[in-house]
Ligand binder design. Sequence first.
Ligand code: SF4
Ligand code: SF4
Length: 167
Amino acid sequence: MTGPLSIISAIAQGRKAAEAIDRYLGGRGDISETLAQPEEEVVLKDRLVVMRRQEMTHLKPWERQDNFDQVEKGLSDAQIAAEASRCLECDARNFEVVVNTASCKECGYCAEVCQMEVFGPAAAFNARGYRPMEIKSSNWCVGCFKCFFSCPDFAIDVREKPASGRS
Ligand code: SF4
Ligand code: SF4
């Protein structure tokens, strides 16, 4: 129904189908189950050290003339080890997502690409007659920037918020 998507989306579609089957068979469509007990929120006290990506050696432009030598020389063993242990702080960074609702033309691309369901339709229409997207919660944003690059109207801004209470 949706074309190629992630495994998570496939599971979500499967659950929707299971709910529909349950309703068809006379149930309430409630297939919820507790697979794991809720855990207490983990508060990160100290910001992790940002490790920069390892730089790969490249052939200089003038070294690429008159030959078909490999341009990207790859990473050394030490660089591979450093890269493999590099923490991207995916869950320790906070982002703020902003939509310029006056510019939004309701194409829905942002909601389509955002796997974190940060976007939702606004309650009211804008001056141009579109029902713009608005932010449900920036707290769910992981800073992938897919929405930023997919908005044809440049209506989205994603900024990293300074870590509060962390150094
Ligand atoms: S940056 Fe990524 S996670 Fe954040 S709102 Fe945009 S698409 Fe969603
Ligand atoms: S991608 Fe941009 S124009 Fe399209 S709905 Fe989202 S904010 Fe609006």
